[in-house]
Design a protein around this ligand. Structure first.
Ligand code: G3I
Length: 361
C-alpha cells in the first residue's frame, strides 16, 4: 500500500529544421516522476487495525443515506449512538421510553456484526425538561436515577457490550462538576450509577468517560482517585473512556500523558470520541488545504501510535465521533467551519485514513 509508483517518461522530440530539410532529433534523458498513489480502495479500516475501530452514528444518516450506511458497514466494527441513547432521546417524559432510534442502531449493528458501545447512562447534559423540572425529594430522585439506568441497561442487555455509565463528572480543575445529579443526590451518586448498571447487566463493561484528559493533569488525578475509591469499595468499573476531542496542534507529550495515565489504571481504555479539529482560531471562511490535511493526518497517526503502546488486553478500541466532516458536531458548536474526521464531506478518505492505518503498524 505504501508503494511508490516510479514512472519513467522518455521524451523524444522530433524537430523540423530549415537547413536542407534535415531532420534533427533531440533526445531528452529519462525523467523520474514520483507519484504517491491514493489509498487502495478496497481496504476496510477495521480489518487493518489490531484493535476495534468504531464510529459514533447519527441515526438519521444511517437510515437515510446509503453512502453513510455503506461506509460505516465497510470501515468500522464498533458503533456508538452519537445521541440516540442519551437520556432525553430515550426517556422523553416520565412514563415514556422511546426506543425507536436506538433500537434501529442496535439491530443494524447486530445484523452487520458490529460491537455496540452504549453512550451514555448519566450526563449533566441532554436531559429532558421533565428531569430538569423534577421536584421530588432525594428518595424520588434516587428512584428516577436508578429506574432510568436499569430500564435502559435491561432493554439492551446482551446486545450492548459496554456503557459509558457516567459522562463528564469532573471539571477541568479536577473538582466535581456541579450538575443537577450532584445537587440532588450528592457526589457519591456516581458510585451508585455503576452499581445500578452492573445489577441490570453483570456482563456489560462499565466505563467512566470524560474529555480533556490529555490537557489536564488535575482531571487525570481526579479520575485516578475515583477509580481507586471504586476499587477499594468494590464498585464495578472496567474501563476508562478518553474522548480526545483535540486539535491538530495538540502535543505528543500531552497525548502520551493521557495514554500512560489510562494504561496505568489497568482498566480497558477506549479513545471514545476522537476527532481532530483544524480551525483552531475559528476563522470564518477558512479553506481546508492539503497542508492542513497532512498536519491533521500526522496527529491521527500520533494518537493511534500512542494508543497502540497500550497492552492488548487493555485496548477496547478507538471510536471517531461520527464519520464524515459534514456530520461532525464541531462546526455548529464552534460557529466556524472545520474538517475534523478521517472522511471528507463526500465520504472520500482523507490523508488521516491512511495515517490511522500506518499509526498501528
Ligand atoms: O434532534 C434535535 C432536532 O429535532 C432539533 O430540531 C435540533 C434543533 O437544535 O436539535 C436536535 O438535537 C440536537 C442533537 O445534537 C441532534 O442533532 C441538539 O440540539 C444538539 O445539542 C445535539 O448535540 C449533540 C451534543 O452531544 C449534545 O447532546 C451532538 O450531536 C453530539 O455530537 C454531542 O456529543 C458529545 C458527547 O455526547 C459527549 N462528549 C462531547 C460530545 C461533543 O459535544
Amino acid at each position: 500500500m505504501r508503494s511508490t509508483y516510479i514512472v519513467f517518461l522518455f521524451f523524444i522530440f522530433t524537430l523540423g529544421c530549415s537547413k536542407k530539410n534535415d531532420i534533427v532529433t533531440v533526445v531528452i534523458p529519462p525523467t523520474l516522476v514520483i507519484v504517491t498513489p491514493p489509498v487502495v480502495l478496497d481496504t476496510n479500516l477495521y480489518k487493518m487495525m489490531p484493535f476495534p475501530m468504531g464510529a459514533s452514528i447519527n441515526v438519521s444518516l444511517l437510515k437515510n443515506s446509503s453512502i453513510y450506511n455503506g461506509l460505516v458497514t465497510k470501515e468500522f466494527n464498533s458503533v456508538t449512538a452519537e445521541n440516540a441513547m442519551k437520556f432525553g432521546a430515550l426517556h422523553p417524559s416520565e412514563n415514556t421510553y422511546n426506543w425507536v432510534d436506538a433500537d434501529y442502531i442496535v439491530s443494524y449493528a447486530i445484523s452487520n456484526n458490529k460491537r455496540i458501545h452504549g453512550h451514555t447512562l448519566n450526563w449533566y447534559k441532554s436531559l429532558p425538561s421533565w428531569v430538569t423540572a423534577f421536584s421530588g425529594d432525594s428518595i424520588a430522585w434516587e428512584s428516577l436515577l436508578k429506574s432510568h439506568i436499569q430500564n435502559v441497561v435491561a432493554h439492551f442487555k446482551g446486545k450492548v457490550a459496554s456503557w459509558d455509565v457516567v459522562n463528564e463528572y469532573f471539571n477541568s480543575d479536577g473538582t466535581v462538576r456541579n450538575s443537577i445529579w450532584v445537587t440532588k443526590l450528592g457526589q457519591d451518586y456516581i458510585a451508585r450509577c455503576f452499581q445500578y448498571a452492573h445489577q441490570a447487566d453483570p456482563d456489560a463493561l462499565l466505563f467512566y468517560n470524560d474529555f480533556g484528559q490529555e490537557s489536564s493533569p488535575a482531571k487525570r488525578n481526579a479520575i485516578s482517585n475515583l477509580i481507586n475509591s471504586f476499587q477499594t469499595r468494590g464498585i464495578p468499573i472496567q474501563g476508562i473512556g478518553m474522548q480526545f476531542h483535540i486539535n491538530f496542534n495538540q502535543t505528543e507529550a500531552n497525548i502520551m500523558a493521557a495514554i500512560n495515565f489510562a494504561k496505568g489504571t489497568g482498566l480497558k481504555v477506549h479513545i471514545s470520541e476522537l476527532d481532530i479539529a483544524v480551525n483552531v482560531a475559528k476563522i470564518q471562511g477558512l479553506v481546508f488545504t492539503s497542508a492542513m490535511a497532512s498536519q491533521q493526518a500526522e496527529m491521527y497517526r500520533s494518537v493511534v501510535k500512542a494508543y497502540n503502546s497500550i497492552p492488548k488486553s487493555q485496548q477496547f478500541g478507538i471510536t471517531t465521533w461520527n464519520v464524515g466532516d459534514a456530520d461532525s458536531w464541531i462546526p455548529a458548536f464552534q460557529g466556524a467551519p472545520d474538517w475534523p474526521l478521517p472522511f471528507d464531506i463526500n465520504y472520500i478518505r482523507k490523508p488521516a485514513y491512511k495515517a490511522i492505518i500506518e499509526g498501528a503498524k
